[in-house]
Design a protein around this ligand. Sequence first.
Ligand code: PLP
Length: 499
Amino acid sequence: MPAPHMTSAEFRARGREMIDFIADYLDSVESRPVLGPVTPGDVLRALPAHPPEQGIAAGADSWEAVFRDLRDTILPNLNHWQHPRFFGFFPANTSHPAILAELLASALATPAFLWVTSPAATELETLVTDWLGEALGLPEPFLSRSGPGGGVIHTTASEASLTALLAARHRARTRAGAGPFHPTLYTSTQAHSSIVKAAMIAGLAHGPDDRTHVRLIDTDADFAMDPGALEAALRADRAAGRTPIYVAATVGTTSSTAIDPLRAITRVVRAESPGAWIHVDGAHAGVAALAPEFRAILDGLELCDSLCVNPHKWLLTTFDCDVFFLRDRAPLIEAMSITPAYLRNEASASGRVLDYRDWQAPLGRRFRALKLWFVMRHYGLEGLRAHIREHVRLAALFEHAVRADPRFEVVTPRTLNLVCFRLTPSPGETPARADARNAELARRLNASGFLYLTSTVLHPPGQPPRTLLRMAIGGAFTQERHVREAWACIQKHASEAQG
Ligand SMILES: Cc1ncc(COP(=O)(O)O)c(C=O)c1O
């Protein structure tokens, strides 16, 4: 008996219903609490523990019941990342054009691992990564059209940083030949945990606290990597017979959006350890380079080896979409390429096509280029720049409001769309007490359901660590009124936390 597929007529009917459901959700998400009042196990208890033997196709269940479960059980127990007053972590943008592309990609269901398995998906990926690279003002070698480098779409920045590390190790080991090889990695104390995790996955670090193989470089007072400290670490390791293979700089650190000084870092690396791979993690902030006035964040990139940016954070492209750019793709392809008989084909052998399976760890890959293409075609570069600029403007507005209220202080310089702030310590207040008050303020704000923001701990050189609140303004649907309403809410709760 064939599988009881949904008929095309029913698909059309349910599809229309689903589009309405999505449009209604996004139109009304603002009226929901940002965080669902969920406790662990709520969803598991509300739904059947075992799968149905007979489904909708056999008449034992119905799409009405599915939609009811979505309305009654799933949506109320979600955190609404698309809520315009979601200011936690970094944003996870979506947009209507990207949603349409995801729908189509799942219909085409084409695993584009070789050019020959999906020619149009491959070539669209080449085109759209070049579009984005050009729009960000990347140096020509990072674009596929110019030859040695190019962009590829990965799931996440974590995947890109790991992949860059594998290419870096391959290149360094090849150069070392039969000589001694004691690889060491460098990143700042403020780097995202995915960098150390990449070292763990690659078998280069023995655990998160392995400081022999991963050097965490100190930052300056603004939490950007200190090139002098990097220089000292590289020099000491070289003198001790170690091989620096990978330096990961961050453009937009997770805690405070600090921007590591790429040009100074490249000078130091090229002088002390010319063979080391320089990877730039621009997961959140990298896309700001779309606007020429923010392009300085990537100054020095021409001397780096790779860059990753996440359109799925702040560029309206539904998760997952990380664009990983390389100045020279050869070391990556050498590190990743293995061709069993069943993958051999004329097109690959001709050398005239790109096979993106060689640019990543998995074989299969989704047709992600489609959503970035839809987003770029719908918004145009002008629209995308407006998106970035508006959030930076709103962050400046918020910062101004915080500075004007003596109960608060801004803790780190605002570089783009994140404001790090906290309740001003009272005279004589211990750091622990000040931290506790800020943590309590965050707890109350988030429990209100009106807005959501996250806290972090920063450790300024020579001072005790500080707990602070992060206001990340980048939601796809966040407007000025949402920021003003959030600030009013924060002020109201601050009065209560003061007491
Ligand atoms: C600077 C930075 N790098 C990497 C990541 C991880 O991103 P992904 O989930 O795409 O791996 C984050 C997440 O916020 C980040 O802030």
